[in-house]
Design a protein around this ligand. Structure first.
Ligand SMILES: [Zn+2]
Ligand SMILES: [Zn+2]
Length: 187
């Protein structure tokens, strides 16, 4: 069975080199839906607590929220960084506190101090699904990702292998030693 959750990400981007309005810098509220598949955990009668899916995903994906997402070869990128540098906000600011954990994958690199994500490919809804799967595939048993942004929407299904060991008391994933990081249960 599946448990799933959705949340919004507000971001600015553009499609560099695209013949259309999207080549201009603009913004969206994108909606991401993450479906997790596993057996039903008998102790709590659920696959996975949805708020925990959200928490796990948000820890990483808040890098995309109120952020600028640009392709690595976009010439607007050095121009914006030069302005941030001149303003002294490139390497952080006391009011820039809602930061995610920095990450680097082959598809994207997050720079939380300047609220920027640099991508290898254009950040279309399809591109975002590839980035999100790469970031979360080891954290969650992802069966499907759906991302919508304006009139654009895409989804991808994934084959789920195996089952995660989950706490029978609160439902979250147990660590390698069989401890529940949330309630302290030991297998
Ligand atoms: Zn757009
Ligand atoms: Zn627990």
């Amino acid at each position: 069975m599946r448990s799933f959750t959705s949340f919004n990400l507000q971001y600015a981007h553009r499609f560099y080199g695209f013949n259309g309005e999207a080549q201009y810098l603009h913004g969206h509220t994108g909606k991401l839906t993450i479906e997790v598949e596993d057996t039903i955990n008998k102790g709590v009668n659920m696959v996975f607590p949805c708020n925990e899916i959200k928490k796990t995903a948000w820890n990483i994906l808040k890098n995309f929220d109120h952020a600028l997402i640009l392709r690595e070869d976009d010439p607007i990128l050095p121009a914006i960084l030069a302005v941030y540098e001149k303003q002294g906000i490139c390497n952080g600011h006391p009011q820039n506190t809602m930061k995610g954990k920095a990450f680097q994958t082959e598809l994207a690199t997050a720079y939380p101090d300047c609220r920027l994500v640099v991508t290898k490919e254009t950040m279309t809804v399809e591109g975002m699904i590839k980035i999100v799967h790469c970031l979360l595939k080891d954290e969650l048993n992802i069966a499907k990702l759906t991302f919508t942004s304006g009139d654009n929407a895409a989804s991808q299904e994934y084959e789920v292998h195996g089952s995660m060991d989950r706490c029978p008391l609160c439902g979250v994933a147990l660590d390698e030693e069989g401890y529940c990081p949330k309630c302290g249960y030991k297998k």
